[in-house]
Write a protein that binds this ligand. Structure first.
Ligand code: BG6
Ligand code: MG
Length: 221
């Protein structure tokens, strides 16, 4: 079937905020507990929601915080630090090939949605100067995190479409799993081996536009 919507992940596909997210956690843990978070912990919080990330980092550090109020306060403070760290982001922070890819999709008449676990999606798209390409930004606040398909299904339902009409694009195993659970075509991006992706490329500058055209047109269905 011809594709009408593409749902794009943010971190690792459009830009990279991994260092900024983790640096914000490092600064927060230093302030609250005087400890230095080990950089190996980053893999546990990639693509994971803000509160869940905090819970994981506390657990891995052997710290118990009983009060939900303090947990919420810490998460809020982490976001403040994170926002400061990304305050000077601009179009130079776009990953290679992003703008050409978005232009292609727009010219093909596809709807473009952002499907990120981050509540800073709009803020970042604005900083990266690509917000105008997006027809819909999924609000992850009340949705189940990837690998649950909620984020992808929410975008699909917004446009009243069927899974066969949608493409999801992701760099993380849990993200690809979420796309496949939503029964959509999954494009994987990046160096990590994404076994469940229908097609994987290194980054968007390596996009094979002939092959993409076939997928968009549903030529191989
Ligand atoms: C993901 C990041 O994209 O978004 C995670 O990989 C982050 O590290 C999550 O915790 C939530 O982001 P935010 O911006 O809502 O705190
Ligand atoms: Mg990602």
């Amino acid at each position: 079937m011809r594709k009408k919507l593409i749902i794009i992940d943010l971190d690792g596909v459009i830009t990279s905020t991994t260092d900024e997210h983790f640096s914000a956690w490092v600064l927060l843990f230093k302030k609250y507990f005087g400890i230095r978070l080990d950089s190996n912990l980053e893999t546990y919080v990639k693509g994971v929601s803000r509160i869940k990330s905090l819970e994981i980092l506390l657990e891995k550090s052997g710290i118990q915080v009983e009060s939900q109020k303090i947990i919420n306060k810490m998460a809020q403070e982490k976001n403040k630090i994170y926002r400061e760290l990304i305050s000077d982001f601009n179009e130079t922070r776009l990953m290679p090939g992003v703008v050409r890819f978005l232009e292609y999709l727009r010219n093909k008449g596809l709807k473009i949605a952002l499907g990120s676990a981050s509540k800073n999606g709009t803020f970042l798209l604005d900083k990266l100067k690509i917000e105008s390409f997006f027809d819909f930004i999924v609000d992850p606040s009340l949705l189940k995190s990837k690998p649950h398909p909620d984020i992808f299904l929410t975008a699909m339902n917004h446009f009243d479409l069927e899974p066969e009409e949608c493409i999801g694009i992701e760099d993380a195993i849990s993200g690809v799993e979420a796309i496949k659970k939503a029964n959509m075509y999954a494009i994987g991006i990046g160096p990590e081996k994404l076994d469940r992706a229908d097609w994987q490329i290194k980054d968007l500058s390596h996009m094979d536009y002939e092959k993409l055209e076939e997928i968009v047109e549903g030529a191989n269905d």
